[in-house]
Design a protein around this ligand. Structure first.
Ligand code: MRU
Length: 352
């Protein structure tokens, strides 16, 4: 486990490590209402697709555990209001919607007909979602190990580690596991403009884990691929469409195209909860546009002239033709993605 916790339920509040302040300050904030959790997700106190899902689940648990409702219908109506707000916190990561759908199934479950039964069920489901996330991430790592050579230089984009999940991480979890298994791993961390999740957060995690790495600017990855022998790229995902097109942190598409040009394998690591079979292809994925200040300023320091026009899409979509394979907790999925993702997801439905 990591020395820090991205998110935890502690004595009836949700405790989050404030990722805006890392790596220079380690500050934990406590949240007591769903509205505070919504704001924390919007402000990126917590971020990363699986971590957002866990945060929203605990946000809902705050509502139910603190509710004064005397009847189950009144409780359900409070939960519906909270769920709507939590769903509206960020648009691109599908894990958030998956978690809320899972909670909604409890709210509509006729067997949970009392206030206390529903309250217990919501809180225990939030705990299960958090616990499962860690197990899933470790399984992703295990499935990925045959793809990581003993001596490997790996490019990673954004942050996908313990901070972006309940713990361990997806793509960064693969790097971590390979290192823990004694492989001679060197990571090249894209700093990941504009919020620098790579330079601040991934570097913070790998430093703590003792994994050798170097932070590079996003635009340097092509240079490293041509000149320095990169073995593979691995990134996370916020939403994978049914045809394999993948929304992830802005800059992922550029990285994938350059990897393709250089004949370097490009892997997406994601739990099956990130696969959205209802979205046929990447053009259907809503891309969050974030505030201009993320581009015009680095923390409080202004770096552009006053009043410049800014475009700040938080994510891009990598067409599946640039993706070598999608590594999930249930296996490594290769093209044709449309067919193989459908098979993967149908197995889950059959088992339900
Ligand atoms: O805007 P963020 O920081 O929430 O974006 C996070 C990413 O793009 C991650 O790489 C992605 O969520 C995968 S998280 C395991």
């Amino acid at each position: 486990m990591s020395k820090f916790k991205s998110i935890e339920w502690v004595d009836g509040v949700v405790r989050m490590l404030d990722q805006r302040k890392l790596p220079t300050e380690t500050v934990y904030n406590d949240y007591a209402t769903y509205a505070e959790v919504v704001q924390a997700i919007k402000d990126m106190v917590i971020r990363g697709a699986p971590a957002i899902a866990v945060a929203a689940s605990y946000g809902l648990a705050l509502t139910s555990s603190r509710s004064q409702a005397v009847g189950v219908d009144a409780l359900k109506s409070e939960l519906a209001t909270a769920m709507d707000a939590l769903r509206g916190s960020r648009p691109t990561a599908v894990n958030l919607f998956w978690a809320m759908d899972r909670m909604e199934a409890l709210i509509t479950d006729p067997s949970l007909g009392s206030v206390s039964a529903l309250k217990d069920a919501i809180l225990s489901e939030a705990h299960i979602i958090a616990k499962e996330d860690v197990e899933i991430n470790k399984s992703i790592g295990m499935k990925a190990m045959p793809l990581v050579p003993d001596d490997a230089t790996i490019i990673h984009h954004c942050n996908t580690g313990s901070l972006a999940t309940a713990d361990y991480g997806t793509a960064l979890g693969i790097i971590r596991m390979a290192h823990e298994q004694g492989k001679n791993i060197f990571a090249l961390l894209d700093e990941t403009r504009p919020r620098l999740q790579g330079g601040r957060l991934s570097a913070y995690e790998l430093k703590e884990q003792g994994v050798p790495f170097k932070v590079i600017v996003d635009g340097a990855s092509g240079h490293y691929m041509r000149r320095h022998g990169v073995d593979l790229c691995v990134v996370g995902a916020d939403r994978v469409a049914a045809n394999g097109d993948t929304a992830n942190k802005i800059g992922t598409y550029n990285l994938a195209v350059v990897a393709h040009e250089n004949g370097i394998p490009f892997y997406v690591a994601a739990p099956t909860t990130t696969i959205d079979m209802a979205t046929k292809h990447g053009d259907e994925i809503e891309i969050e546009e974030r505030p201009a200040s993320e581009i015009t300023h680095v923390r409080k320091c202004q770096i552009t002239p006053d009043d410049v026009e800014v475009g700040n899409p938080a994510f891009d979509v990598t067409p599946s033709k640039y993706i070598t394979a999608i590594i999930t907790e249930r296996g490594v999925i290769y093209p044709p993605f449309e067919e193989n993702l459908a098979k993967l997801m149908n197995v889950e439905e059959d088992n339900d």
